[in-house]
Design a protein around this ligand. Structure first.
Ligand SMILES: *Cc1c(COP(=O)(O)O)cnc(C)c1O
Length: 337
C-alpha cells in the first residue's frame, strides 16, 4: 500500500495491524495484535442495543529525528476509565492501554506520516460491551481494541477561521453523560450537526443544557476565547467533555504565553470581551472561530478570514511540543524509537 502523504484527509484507511483484548469472568486477557479489521460480536451485545461503549482519540507524531511521539496518552487512559466507570464497564489498566497503543504504532510504523507533511497517525481505542444479553444491564463480556490510520493536517494552508451556529438541541443533560466520551453523545449530535452544515456553518455550538445561556461545546471540540485583557478563558461545566487539548492549552497559555488562564462560565451575552476565539481537540488541534450565529445575531471575534495572533501562538506552541520541536512539560511525551 502506497500513501500520498500530501493528500491525506480524515478518512478510514485499513492498516495491517490492530490490537484486541477480551474481558471475561472478571479479568482481561493480555490481548494481541491481529490483522482482522472485523469484530465478530454477539447479537445481544449491549454496545449495539444500549450504547454501552466508549472510545478515545489520540495521535502519534513523527519527529525530525525520525522517532515517534505520543502526546499525553496517560490522560487518554485515565479518561477512558472515567467513561468506563460512568457506563458500568470494567476499567482498562493503564499498562494494557499504553501497551496496546505502543504495539499498534510500532506494528504500523511505516504508516506514520513523515515529519514535515503535517500528517499524524490517528489512534482510536474503543471499549465495548459484548456477549449474550437482552435486559438493560451491564454486559457479561467486553472487548478493548485499538486501531489507527494516517490522517492529514486539518488545515492545509494554515489556520483558517470558520463560522458556527448556536443549536436549539442539547448534546448532553445536566447530570447526563456529557463528560464521558461515549458514542451516544455523538449519535445525538449527528442531526444538529447536519442542520448546521445545511446552513453553511462548520458545526453547531451547544449551550449549557440547564439554562441555555452559556457556551459549552463547539461541535465535538471545546471552546476557548482570548479576552481583551489577555486572559485565556474556557468554560467550566460538568456536562463538557474534558478535552486534553484544552487542559494543555490552559497550561501553555499561562506558562509559555504569560496569559491568565481561567475556567469559568462563558455567557452568550458577553462575547464582546473576547478578541479571539477557537475550538480545540485532538483531531483539528485548534480551529479558529470566525463568527457565531445566535438567532438573528452574528458575532464576529477576530476576523472571518484570518487567525488571531494569540490563537496562532498557542497552535505553534502546542504542535511544536507534539512534533518534538519544542521542549515538553514533564510527562507529556512518550518517545518511541
Ligand atoms: C474528544 C472530544 C473533545 C476533545 O478532546 P481532546 O482530548 O482534546 O481530543 C471535545 N469534545 C468532545 C465532545 C469530545 O468527544
Amino acid at each position: 500500500m502506497k500513501i500520498n502523504w500530501d493528500e491525506l484527509g480524515f478518512d478510514y484507511i485499513k492498516l495491517p495491524y490492530r490490537f484486541i483484548a477480551h474481558w471475561k469472568n472478571g479479568a482481561w486477557d493480555s490481548g494481541q495484535l491481529t490483522e482482522d479489521e472485523y469484530l465478530p460480536i454477539h447479537e445481544g451485545s449491549t454496545a449495539l442495543h444500549y450504547g454501552q461503549q466508549c472510545f478515545e482519540g489520540l495521535k502519534a507524531y513523527s519527529r525530525k529525528d525520525g522517532k515517534v511521539n505520543l502526546f499525553r496518552a496517560d490522560q487518554n487512559s485515565a479518561r477512558m476509565n472515567r467513561s468506563a466507570r460512568r457506563l458500568l464497564m470494567p476499567e482498562v489498566p493503564e499498562e494494557l492501554f499504553l501497551g496496546a497503543i505502543k504495539q499498534v504504532v510500532v506494528a504500523n510504523r511505516e504508516f506514520v506520516p513523515p515529519y514535515g507533511t503535517g500528517g499524524t497517525l490517528y489512534i482510536r481505542p474503543l471499549l465495548i460491551g459484548v456477549g449474550p444479553n437482552i435486559g438493560v444491564h451491564a454486559a457479561p463480556e467486553y472487548i478493548f481494541t485499538v486501531f489507527c490510520m494516517p490522517v492529514g493536517a486539518y488545515f492545509k494552508g494554515g489556520l483558517t477561521p470558520t463560522n458556527f451556529i448556536v443549536s436549539d438541541y442539547d448534546r448532553a443533560a445536566p447530570n447526563g453523560t456529557g463528560a464521558a466520551k461515549v458514542g451516544g453523545n455523538y449519535a445525538a449530535s449527528l442531526l444538529p450537526g447536519e442542520k448546521a452544515q445545511e446552513r453553511n456553518f462548520s458545526d453547531c455550538i451547544y449551550l449549557d443544557p440547564e439554562t441555555h445561556t452559556k457556551i459549552e461545546e463547539v461541535g465535538s471540540a471545546n471552546f476557548f476565547g482570548i479576552t481583551k485583557e489577555n486572559e485565556f478563558v474556557t468554560p467550566k461545566s460538568p456536562s463538557i467533555l474534558p478535552s486534553i487539548t484544552k487542559y494543555s492549552l490552559l497550561h501553555l497559555a499561562k506558562e509559555r504565553l504569560g496569559l491568565e488562564a481561567l475556567e469559568e462560565d462563558v455567557p452568550m451575552d458577553n462575547l464582546d470581551r473576547f478578541k479571539e476565539a477557537g475550538a480545540c481537540g485532538t483531531a483539528a488541534v485548534i480551529s479558529p472561530i470566525g463568527g457565531i450565529q445566535f438567532g438573528d445575531d452574528f458575532h464576529v471575534f477576530y476576523s472571518e478570514k484570518e487567525v488571531g495572533p494569540v490563537t496562532q501562538q498557542l497552535y505553534d506552541e502546542l504542535t511544536g511540543i507534539q512534533f518534538g520541536d519544542k521542549k515538553a512539560p514533564a510527562g507529556w511525551i512518550i518517545t518511541l524509537a
